[in-house]
Design a protein around this ligand. Structure first.
Ligand SMILES: *Cc1c(COP(=O)(O)O)cnc(C)c1O
Length: 424
């Protein structure tokens, strides 16, 4: 049968080559060669007579986020843990974490011996539900972390209001949202600190990397200590062969410095980010209108959003379709038609094999703590419903031309029309 589903042995809808990620820019090779021969591969080695790539990136990214200060670090997880600790969060403190996100949002909290309190998300935006946050706050809550998830910006107006009323720092986890805007400002500029991952799948990447941005000089200073073994960059110029990092001993840290190679690649990628985001937005809006004609709904963003960043494009399947075939079968059928990976959401963190604090001896400090961090004690019905009804694909696909984007809509049409063939 000519229009049988590819997953059932029919012809694929398209054999086209989809864009891949990451994509190097023009300056990267030259910058990497420059680092190689510079005599300084990281800021924790002696000064060699010119500004480090790390400092160049920190200035450029603070500027990009319209924040006063940026502290680059080795991973997004480190950025999140350091931001929390720099805001005064520590052992046994409760931190609000959205229940539908990558495991790092919770593991970073465990990493500073605090307690991730998993809170449900909004059914339209898939981001932290402000009412659920309010209900989860206790006398032990010390911070709220919010993820701008997949392709949405969270309801920052409500969350800032809650944080202010309770005197809590708000940490924005912007790992999915480099370049998104809310009101007049880029994300990351709203919280006490904004945290970014530059891991290989992210919109701005150097393979592995991270950063935090803040307007608070004390938070930035503590973050610098925390990421460089208790050392901070000296304010005054140093001579060649001297250390730019000064041992203050004011706050103990560990090593999460970003290498010069990574900083050089990030500078190269930052120059490309806005252009890529513009392309993705055009493709996403085109696809959203094509899918809307078939009665499919996509992830919404909160009303204050003035610029979206698409990390993953998320499509909610109608109940009548899900009554015939489960979401994983539909994702598999779409993957077979299109030749790129169509997947489900992350697994909700109260039922996620990657989030198992009890599997690590380091968290067995006492029975009470283990009970507090037990993911199964949280109820996340909206996150579960989304996990059972949403399919998604990565942002690199949105860098394809619009006629290719039409193929995606056609694949949805074909799979929905033939959904009986994959029922079980
Ligand atoms: C990727 C990611 C992180 C962690 O970043 P790493 O650089 O992988 O450590 C944190 N939060 C979210 C939401 C992420 O997607």
């Amino acid at each position: 049968m000519a229009n049988a589903l590819a997953i059932a042995g029919g012809p694929r809808l398209t054999d086209r080559e989809w864009p891949r990620w990451p994509q190097p820019g023009e300056r990267a090779l030259k910058s990497l060669e420059d680092v190689l021969t510079s005599g300084r591969w990281t800021i924790s080695c002696a000064y060699q007579g010119r500004q480090s790539y790390e400092r160049q990136f920190a200035e450029a990214f603070a500027n990009y986020c319209r924040s006063a200060l940026c502290v680059p670090v080795a991973t997004g997880t480190a950025a999140l843990a350091i931001a929390l600790e720099a805001c005064g969060v520590g052992a046994g403190d409760e931190v609000i974490v959205p229940g539908l996100t990558w495991v790092a949002s919770a593991s970073a909290v465990l990493g500073i011996n605090a307690v991730p309190v998993l809170v449900d998300v909004d059914p339209q935006t898939y981001c932290l539900d402000p009412a659920a946050v309010e209900a989860a706050i206790t006398g032990r809550t010390r911070a709220i972390t919010v993820v701008h998830a997949y392709s949405a910006v969270a309801d920052l107006d409500s969350l800032i209001d809650i944080a202010q009323r309770h005197g809590l720092p708000l940490i924005e986890d912007c790992a999915h949202a480099h370049g998104a805007r809310y009101g007049d400002w880029p994300v990351g500029a709203f919280g006490t600190a904004g945290v970014f991952s530059m891991q290989g799948s992210k919109l701005l990447t150097c393979g592995e990397g991270g950063a935090l941005v803040t307007d608070d000089a004390d938070v930035a200073n503590r973050a610098e200590h925390l990421r460089a073994d208790g050392r901070v960059l000296r304010p005054e110029p140093v001579g060649v062969g001297e250390m730019e990092l000064e041992e203050t001993g004011r706050l103990m840290g560990s090593n999460a410095c970003l290498s010069e190679f990574h900083a050089a690649v990030l500078l190269d990628q930052l120059a490309l980010l806005d252009g890529q985001n513009t392309h993705r937005i055009r493709a996403a809006e085109h696809l959203e209108s094509r899918l809307g004609e078939m009665g499919l709904t996509v992830q919404e963003t909160s009303p204050g959003t003035t610029g979206r960043a698409y990390y993953r494009f998320m499509v909610r399947l109608p109940d009548e379709v899900l009554a015939v075939a489960p979401v994983d079968r539909i994702a598999g059928a779409l993957t077979a038609e299109l030749g790129f990976a169509v997947m489900r959401t992350h697994r909700p963190l109260n039922d996620n094999p990657l989030h198992r604090p009890a599997s690590r001896r380091r968290f067995a400090t006492d029975a009470h703590y283990l009970e507090q961090v037990n993911p199964a004690r949280f109820d996340l019905p909206v996150a579960k419903r989304l996990h059972d009804s949403v399919v998604s694909f990565g942002h690199e696909v949105l860098l394809a031309p619009l006629d290719a984007i039409d193929d995606i809509a056609r694949a949805f049409r074909k799979v929905l029309d033939n959904v009986r063939d994959i029922s079980r």
